[in-house]
Write a protein that binds this ligand. Sequence first.
Ligand SMILES: *Cc1c(COP(=O)(O)O)cnc(C)c1O
Length: 532
Amino acid sequence: MTSDGLVGRSRSAPDEPTPPAAADAFLGDPAGNAAYEDAIDRARDCLVDSFATADGPYAGTDHETLRERIDELTVFPDEGDPLAAVLETVGEDVLADSVRVHDPGCVAHLHCPPAIPALAAELLLSGTNQSLDSFDQAPAASVLEEHVVDACCDLFDYPAGADGVFTGGGTESNFLGLLLARDWYCRTRFDRDVQTAGLPPEATDLRLCCSAAAHFTAEQAAHHLGLGEDAVVTVPTDDERRIDLEALDETLARLESEGRHPFALVGTAGTTDFGSIDPLEEMADRAAERDLWFHVDAAYGGACAISDRLRPKLAGIDRADSIGVDFHKLFYQPIGCGAFLLRDGDRYRFLERNATYLNPERDDAAGVPNLVSKSTRTTRRFDALKPFVTFNALGRTGVADCVEYVCDLADAVAADIRAEPALELCCEPALSAVVFRYRPDRSDAAARAAGADERPEPVSTAALDRVNRAIRDELLADGEVVLARTEIDGTAALKLTLLNPKTTRWDLREALQAVIDYGETIERDRGTIDSA
Ligand SMILES: *Cc1c(COP(=O)(O)O)cnc(C)c1O
């Protein structure tokens, strides 16, 4: 039996709210679907055109010029323009001055060219806009994320009962690891429930240890966790930029003798600058001896797990209490895409939270996916779809081939640097990052200036610092090569981070030649100025 009830009323009452014209900009009916196809086609053309017309990794525009031009753009115009016109503006004013991550000369940061299958997945996950904070906002997506997380746990040889969640990247993964470490430690050592009661009085003596080459987000997390950056005790590194185990033992013994409470060890599998991988097995031993939480920051090097050849570099990572791995670095996913993995999933109890509107306790009892309790976020993207699509499209071996290739390329370019007198290799590459310097005292220009037979005088570190900084800035300004600068013991060095599987050794030889040419020009110009 039906009643006229609500739906029987007239649709055309004069005071009825009617959908606005802008409702055409939404999917859901044939007109919206057609508008979507048109919009995506246009966006795609805009992107492909920007690649087709581009030359080199960056146009070289400086920030002042960009600000002047971009400040002219309206943000909230009263009336809209056709999408085609808006996209044209974006193409001209934004895309044209974007760094082109696909260019072989874009070799600065851990900033990858995203794989095409992942870009297709990105379209689907933003188009469907599933939100992983509750099952009813993301049914299949929640279950697929759980499934991908399980597969990642297997990839790192975690035992049954491991768990995890997708994150926005290494920053969030490191924070989650250290948050759980802190709360686990305070519960087991001080019988303190930090989630409800806050930090215990002993918190001022909590310490975490990592190498001096660890990522700054360890300090950032300590700050955000209410421990303060001083709670991070950095341990010196060895010649290969890995944590020095003797120094680690001394540090731990000293902290204990001082009455501190070291609660976590952070190992890095792939330091941001050198790609160096800490001795994870030995660190796991230390953590086990003292019952500390062992977190491994594998934001960069975690990708080795996909390759049979490179996986041994990560030996011991399965013993970590938690692992952070980024998919938006050496795993070729568009930003952001990372995962946090927890060896003993029961330890998620330190984060548990039930909101009646999202994940009431009775749902937990029924086994409904409950991802909001595993994350520090609420609304969260379905980023797990991207690696899922990529791995299925390229195969594990396809991705592994890319990772292996860029590591081989790093070895090849390191050999080229070693063979070039005007360049100095700062460290053997451990993954795909190569840190080096231009050495003015060894360049041809300097040699000629010093006379044919004499070796030029070694330059001061101040001069080394200056010229290497200038090289990087001028290369960026000319848009020829985008490489990174870093510092070793306070002195500038240059860095190539190789991620692009299309980049060749010849591309990199051109980049190195550009470094030498710019270095010599800078030296010569300075010589002219000095003698003028
Ligand atoms: C990039 C990086 C991070 C930070 O990760 P985001 O994804 O940028 O948040 C942390 N640790 C290491 C070793 C990294 O390389």
